[in-house]
Design a protein around this ligand. Structure first.
Ligand SMILES: Nc1nc2c([nH]c(=O)n2[C@H]2C[C@H](O)[C@@H](COP(=O)(O)OP(=O)(O)OP(=O)(O)O)O2)c(=O)[nH]1
Length: 142
């Protein structure tokens, strides 16, 4: 099986999956990247890199369990939008899913902090540059 990391694009592409967890009030969960990581202090959608041999959905389910301690069924992950942006010497391909159903209460197991934010209020937050085009798309979708 060929995956995006072993194709002709080689190691240029960095596939990352992330989730917009949406609550009943239409707010989305963001987490703050911790000190010591790249982009420290910025507010991001929970998620992370797709490992070799992993599907995007399996990677996202794993990341949400590791980062927030929640379980999200595969069927509750709806592909929503993507971002494509340079990231140092790599090129980030960020796949954003929307989910409205999960088990457990999200906790900041790896992030510095969590907060629930309406998409319209994300413009005022420090977020990774790649996330900026996703805000309007998300606003239109939820
Ligand atoms: N999770 C997430 N990552 C983002 C967002 N926007 C954005 O530019 N990124 C970038 C930051 C990182 O360069 C990359 C994700 O890598 P990461 O370091 O968080 O992934 P990971 O949890 O698998 O990390 P690690 O264990 O390998 O350190 O994608 C976003 O909204 N969510």
């Amino acid at each position: 099986m060929t995956n995006i990391q072993s194709g002709t694009a080689g190691s240029l592409l960095l596939p990352v999956v992330a989730a917009a967890l949406v609550d009943l009030d239409g707010r989305v969960l963001l987490q703050q990247r911790p000190e010591g990581k790249s982009l420290a202090g910025l507010w991001e959608f929970p998620g992370g890199k797709v490992e070799a041999g992993e599907t995007p959905e399996a990677a996202l389910i794993r990341e949400l369990e590791e980062e927030l301690g929640i379980a999200v069924p595969h069927a509750c992950l709806a592909p929503a939008a993507f971002a494509s942006a340079g990231l140092g010497e790599r090129h980030l391909l960020l796949l954003l899913y929307i989910t409205r159903k999960w088990s457990g209460v999200p906790r900041a197991l790896e992030a510095s902090a969590l907060r629930w934010v309406r998409p319209a209020d994300m413009h005022g937050l420090a977020m990774p540059p790649a996330d900026r085009p996703l805000i309007g798309l998300l606003d239109a979708l939820i």
